[in-house]
Design a protein around this ligand. Structure first.
Ligand code: SAM
Length: 215
């Protein structure tokens, strides 16, 4: 697939829109400008790639809305070299953005078809995060602790397993709510037994499955 001037033009407008909605971290805006989102779409749907909307990627799942990708990434407050766990690899777009701003990315996907597809595809664009297949609602204890954990599916509650896998100073960004709409929470582990919390409303994700998700 090519990245034409037309694609670049559409991407520029999308980034402006995301910025207008409140994203100010220039590293994220630059990464989104550099990464062709249409590469993550089937060729016949390419015209939808530069709308600020989630879009189906097969298996009943979606690539998240660009604004949501930027918002969650901004909440993670990534410093170069931070070890970040992403739960819900999906298309790989979010993982690529995290890598572009300097994170050491570990990403886990529950759906085997998407896991295989993205594990094959993402390295072709030059991105080689550590891929896992399995239930990320329990985190990935083998690579813990993390500077940040980002959950890209809607959870019914906040899994204690994920809090446990944060470093001191680590951040967990997770949408929590009912099956359809969620609030976005940012938890920061300020000390071993002390967590601070911030909430932001009105997001809509596909459900988090697995032991600490929707059964
Ligand atoms: N981050 C993705 C991207 O950039 O395309 C978008 C992810 S999509 C909104 C949510 C993903 O979470 C789906 O691919 C879904 O299969 C996955 N998922 C749901 N429950 C999961 C779980 N318990 N562990 C890992 N992945 C899960």
């Amino acid at each position: 697939m090519k990245d034409s001037y037309k694609h670049k033009g559409m991407r520029k407008l999308l980034i402006k829109e995301v910025q207008t909605k409140g994203i100010s971290d220039q590293r994220i805006l630059d990464a989104m400008m550099r990464l062709p989102r249409h590469f993550f779409f089937d060729e016949i749907f390419v015209t939808h790639a530069y709308e600020d909307k989630a879009f189906p990627i097969g298996q009943g799942q979606t690539i998240s809305q660009p604004y949501t990708v930027a918002f969650q990434t901004q909440l993670l407050e990534i410093q170069k070299g931070d070890k970040i766990l992403e739960i819900g690899t999906g298309s790989g777009y979010q993982a690529a953005i995290l890598m572009m701003i300097g994170a050491d990315v570990h990403t886990i996907e529950y759906n085997r078809v998407l896991f295989e597809k993205t594990r094959n595809f993402l390295p072709k664009l030059g991105f080689k995060p550590t891929f896992y297949h399995g239930d990320g609602s329990k985190g990935v204890p083998s690579a813990a602790p993390y500077d940040g954990i980002i959950v890209t599916a809607g959870a019914p509650t906040v899994p204690q397993d994920l809090i446990d896998q944060l470093k001191i100073g680590g951040r967990l960004v997770i949408p929590v709510g009912d099956g359809k709409t969620q609030s976005m929470y940012k938890f920061t582990k300020v000390a071993e037994n002390k967590i601070t919390k911030k909430a932001f409303t009105n997001f809509s994700f596909v459900p988090l499955r697995g032991e600490n998700g929707w059964k």
